[in-house]
Design a protein around this ligand. Structure first.
Ligand code: 2IT
Length: 445
C-alpha cells in the first residue's frame, strides 16, 4: 500500500472507527485512483478524494411503530445523501437487522460510482433501517413502512432524492412507502423507483439487476471467446436479483445448480429450471419461504454453509456484502471457476478479489456488474418525467446497451491505466473521474 493511501485510510478510519464496510469500500477506490490523481493534479489541489468520501448529508431518525401485540417498537432509520454532483441523490433502501450507519455509508459510496457508470443523471444515496421484514406480519411491515416515511418524506423528492428498494425492501414495501409519501404530500410524483407497473413503475425494473448482472457476465465471458451455453453456475441469494439472474441464465442455456440463504444452500445438480425456477420466483415474495423449504418441496439436498463449495464455471454472488471470503474464493479457484460477477454490493472481500486477479479469474465488481438495477431506475425516472411508458423491449434494449457500455468503459479505462482486464481499476477510475470532474466544475459546494 502506498504511503498516500495508508495515511488517507488512517484519516478515514480515525474519523469513524466503527464502519468497517465503509472503510473496505473506500480503501478499494483509494487504491485504484492514485494514477488518476497523478494525471490530474487539479483533483489533488481541490482535495477531491477527501471530499468524495464525506457524505453531503446524513439523516438519522427514529421510527416508532406498534407491533401486532400492541407493543411499541423503536427502530432507527437512515438516509445518507452522499453526492449530488451528477443528479438528484439516488439509491436503494435496505431493511435488515444488520443495518447501521456504516452499512448505509458503504452502500451510498458504492452507489455514487455505480450511478456515474450508468451515464444517467443520478447522484448517489442510500437509506434503510435495522428493521427486518422477515418474521413480521404484513400489517407490521405496513405500519413500519408508514412510520419510516413519516420522517423520510421531508427529505426526498423527484428532483432531490429518489429512493428505491434493496435487501428487505421489495415491491410490497415500496408500495407502502410510496402510499404514505403520497398521503403526506398530496403529490403523485416520481419520488421512488421500483413502483408497481400500473402506478408509475417501469417495465423490466424488477428484472433489471438480475438481467443486468448476467448481461455484464456475458460480456466478460465474450472476452475469452465463450458464453453461458452449457456453463454450470452457482447463485446465492434468490431475491429479486437472484431470481431474475436465474431466469436469464436458463434462457441462455446455463445450468444453475444452487440457491442459498443465511441458513445454508440447496444443491440441485440437474439445474433449477422450469417449475422449480418458477417456485423460486415466488418463494419469498408470495410464500415467505426459505431455501430449506424449497429443498424439502423438491426433495433436493440442503446443506449448511455456502454454495461456493460446489463446482462451477461461473459464480454469481447475489446475496450480501462479504459473502465470498478468502477461503470461499480459494475453493472457487481450485474448482476451476473462470468468472465471478458481483450481483450483490461488495459480496467479495478484498482478499478474495486479489486471489481472483492472481488466478486470472474474470471478475466484475458490483458497481459495474450490478448497475442494471439502478440504470432502469434512471429510466423509470425519465418515463415518470415524460409521463410516458416504454415497452418491455425498449427498456430491455436500453438496459443491454447500458451494460455493454459500462463493460467497455471499464475495459478501456483499465487498459488506459496500465491494468488491462482489471475491471476493479476500470470501474473505480471511470466512476471516480466522472463524479470528480462534475465536482470540480461546480466549484467548492
Ligand atoms: O444497489 C442498488 O443499486 C440498488 N439497490 C438499486 C438502487 C436504485 O435506486 O434503483
Amino acid at each position: 500500500m502506498s504511503h498516500e493511501v495508508e495515511a488517507f485510510m488512517q484519516e478515514v478510519i480515525g474519523r469513524d472507527p466503527d464502519e468497517p464496510e465503509f472503510h473496505q469500500a473506500v480503501h478499494e477506490v483509494a487504491e485504484c485512483v492514485g494514477p488518476l490523481l497523478d494525471r490530474h493534479p487539479e483533483y489533488r489541489r481541490a482535495r477531491i478524494l477527501q471530499r468524495i468520501v464525506e457524505p453531503e448529508r446524513v439523516i438519522s431518525f427514529r421510527v416508532n411503530w406498534m407491533d401486532d401485540n400492541g407493543d411499541v417498537q423503536v427502530n432507527r432509520g437512515y438516509r445518507v445523501q452522499f453526492n449530488s454532483a451528477l443528479g438528484p441523490y439516488k439509491g436503494g433502501t435496505r431493511f435488515h437487522a444488520s443495518v447501521h450507519l456504516g452499512i448505509i455509508k458503504f452502500l451510498g459510496f458504492e452507489q455514487m460510482f455505480k450511478n456515474a457508470l450508468t451515464t444517467l443523471p443520478m447522484g448517489g444515496g442510500k437509506g434503510g433501517s435495522d428493521f427486518s421484514p422477515k418474521g413480521k406480519s404484513d400489517a407490521e411491515v405496513r405500519r413500519f413502512c408508514h412510520a419510516y416515511m413519516n420522517e423520510l418524506y421531508r427529505h426526498i423528492g423527484p428532483s432531490t432524492d429518489v429512493p428505491a428498494g434493496d435487501n428487505g425492501c421489495g415491491g410490497r414495501e415500496i408500495g407502502y412507502l410510496y402510499g404514505q409519501y403520497k398521503r403526506l404530500t398530496n403529490r403523485f410524483v416520481g419520488v421512488f423507483t421500483g413502483k408497481g407497473i400500473d402506478w408509475g413503475g417501469s417495465l423490466i425494473r424488477r428484472e433489471a439487476a438480475g438481467y443486468g448482472t448476467v448481461y455484464f457476465a456475458q460480456e466478460l465471458l465474450a472476452t475469452r471467446g465463450t458464453s453461458f451455453e452449457g456453463k454450470t453456475v452457482t447463485v446465492s441469494g434468490f431475491g429479486n436479483l437472484g431470481y431474475h439472474a436465474i431466469e436469464k441464465l436458463n434462457e441462455l442455456g446455463a445450468r444453475v445448480v444452487t440457491i442459498a440463504d443465511e441458513d445454508g444452500f440447496v444443491h440441485d445438480p440437474d439445474g433449477i429450471r422450469g417449475e422449480k425456477a418458477a417456485f423460486v420466483r415466488d418463494l419469498w415474495t408470495v410464500h415467505r419461504m426459505s431455501a430449506r423449504d424449497f429443498a424439502e418441496r423438491y426433495d433436493l439436498r440442503f446443506r449448511p454453509g455456502k454454495p461456493w463449495q460446489v463446482k462451477c464455471d461461473v459464480a454469481l454472488p447475489t446475496a450480501t456484502e462479504n459473502e465470498i471470503q478468502l477461503e470461499d474464493a480459494q475453493q472457487l479457484v481450485e474448482n476451476g471457476c473462470m468468472c465471478v460477477a458481483e450481483g450483490a454490493n461488495m459480496p467479495c472481500t478484498r482478499d478474495a478479489v486479489r486471489l481472483f486477479a492472481e488466478h486470472n479469474v474474470l471478475f466484475g465488481p458490483g458497481k459495474a456488474a450490478n448497475a442494471g438495477g439502478v440504470a432502469v431506475s434512471g429510466l423509470e425516472m425519465s418515463q415518470n418525467s415524460m409521463r410516458l411508458k416504454w415497452s418491455r423491449a425498449e427498456v430491455d434494449d436500453r438496459l443491454r446497451r447500458i451494460m455493454k457500455g459500462i463493460h467497455d468503459l471499464c475495459l478501456e479505462t483499465a487498459a488506459d491505466f496500465g491494468k488491462p482486464g482489471n475491471y476493479v481499476v476500470g470501474a473505480n477510475v471511470a466512476g471516480f473521474r466522472k463524479v470528480a470532474t462534475a465536482m470540480l466544475e461546480q466549484g467548492l459546494v
